[in-house]
Design a protein around this ligand. Structure first.
Ligand SMILES: Cc1cc2nc3c(=O)[nH]c(=O)nc-3n(C[C@H](O)[C@H](O)[C@H](O)COP(=O)(O)OP(=O)(O)OC[C@H]3O[C@@H](n4cnc5c(N)ncnc54)[C@H](O)[C@@H]3O)c2cc1C
Length: 397
């Protein structure tokens, strides 16, 4: 979209930037409203000593670090136990978070999911079934979505817009695609979730990048690499050079649409849909927003945990029997030094989400994500521009 059209269509614009820290909101003077939200400042408090005085020590059985899907899933598992979940951000969800504007909910990260093959991993499937998100389809032998209103039409699911028009398939048919699928599809059924269910013999795939894995067997072309990068960024927020081979293979082998047609699920708030389901089952008193886990130290058979309450500017201390770390891996080194070697190869892959709220309907053929839903759903008749998370998905008109 060119700038003039953008200004004409834009009554209000909401831009969210989600990183790793406390939420700062700034409003700047432009012909439309822009709100920028970032957690960077809060997260960076891990890097410096704090001048806050420690308050009285509290006891708990579990401290959960991080309120993304991993931390909330752990909390769901521990719902009957004594736990405290600390999330540095003002909202829960992490990279499956959302933003609200004028009563609408927008995805701010993960935005779609696919029907799960029966071999996906029994723990994850059991949780999703308990949350009434999926149910088993014995005919297809897979787990489909209960809430059919948010399914994307099959005819549009694989389409992306390129410089020259719509590309029917992201991975173009040809010998390279065939060789690629021959390389990754044998892993089908072995990439289970959670990943500890994956056979030990495959753990080496976590030690090399996806690009390294592919380059060992394939003559990669720049075009092919661009598409693989597109898909890695779309899902993990990082390129094939940054994600592990295990993550890359997982992406393709848990997507049965390479061999059969499956449901593609994308509510307007994206995977925050899952977050809402989890949160509704948890005691809100145990979920502490704007609480940054600053430091963890061993203490006998348990742990001493320092937590900055960012809203009250106070330093809480906990004695916990167990700590569940569900924050971004690269940050563990600042919190718990003894385990810093575990993720020494992990790098921070920053990402940015923009939600644009337009005052008028775009006169175009919708092609992706929430925009399609806006056109087809009986519930969401509002106009969305769609989820734009990298250059391939940028609308050109
Ligand atoms: C741009 C993007 C698009 C994606 N698209 C999809 C998609 O379409 N479908 C899909 O299935 N997946 C997608 N993913 C992947 C998906 O978002 C993640 O796999 C999933 O949300 C990760 O959840 P998590 O809980 O492991 O981590 P996170 O979501 O990263 O959560 C970690 C949480 O810990 C908090 N935290 C970190 N350190 C501390 C601390 N010291 N104290 C307190 N809190 C802390 C953070 O603020 C954060 O909320 C996407 C990812 C990105 C980045």
């Amino acid at each position: 979209m060119n700038r003039r059209l953008f200004l004409k269509l834009s009554a209000t614009t909401l831009i969210g930037v989600t990183g790793c820290q406390n939420r700062d909101r700034h409003t700047i003077s432009v012909p439309y409203n822009i709100t920028v939200t970032s957690d960077m400042k809060a997260g960076h408090q891990l890097l410096w000593p704090t001048a806050l005085a420690k308050d009285e020590q509290r006891d708990t059985e579990y401290i959960i670090v991080g309120g993304g899907l991993a931390g909330l899933s752990a909390a769901e598992r521990l719902a009957d136990r004594d736990f405290v979940l600390c999330e540095l951000s003002a909202g829960l969800g992490g990279s499956s978070g959302h933003a609200s504007y004028a009563g609408e909910s927008f995805s701010q990260g993960a935005h779609y999911d696919l029907a799960y093959p029966a071999n996906y991993g029994h723990e994850t499937l059991a949780l999703l079934e308990k949350l009434e998100i999926v149910d088993y389809d014995p005919i297809q032998n897979c787990w489909n979505f209960v809430d059919k209103q948010y399914l994307i039409r099959e005819s549009k699911a694989g389409r992306i817009r390129t410089e020259t028009g719509f590309q029917a398939e992201v991975l173009k048919p040809g010998p390279l695609k065939t060789a690629f699928l021959e390389l990754v599809l044998p892993y089908q059924g072995q990439m289970k979730m959670p990943t500890w269910l994956i056979d030990r013999e495959l753990h080496w795939l976590d030690q090399i990048t996806f690009r390294q894995f592919l380059a060992r067997s394939l003559d990669l072309t720049p075009d092919f690499e661009r598409v693989i990068d597109y898909q890695m960024r779309d899902d993990y927020g990082a390129s094939a050079n940054q994600v592990s081979a295990l993550a890359g293979i997982h992406y393709y082998t848990c997507r049965p649409y390479y061999t059969e047609s499956v449901e593609l699920f994308s509510p307007p708030e994206g995977n925050y849909y899952f977050v809402k389901k989890l949160v509704s089952r948890l005691d809100p008193q145990r979920l502490k927003n704007q609480h940054l886990v600053k430091r963890i130290e061993r203490d006998g058979s348990g742990f001493q945990v320092e937590v900055i309450d960012l809203s009250k500017k106070a330093l809480n201390t906990y004695r916990a029997k167990f700590v569940v770390f569900a924050g971004q891996k690269h940050s563990l080194q600042y919190i718990f030094e003894p385990d810093q070697h575990l993720f020494s190869h992990n790098v921070y892959a920053p990402w940015l989400v923009m939600n644009l709220v337009l005052s008028d309907r775009l006169n175009t053929d919708g092609f992706w994500q929430n925009e399609i839903l806006a056109e087809t759903s009986t519930v969401n008749r509002k106009t969305f521009m769609g989820f734009v998370d990298n250059t391939t998905q940028v609308r050109h008109n």
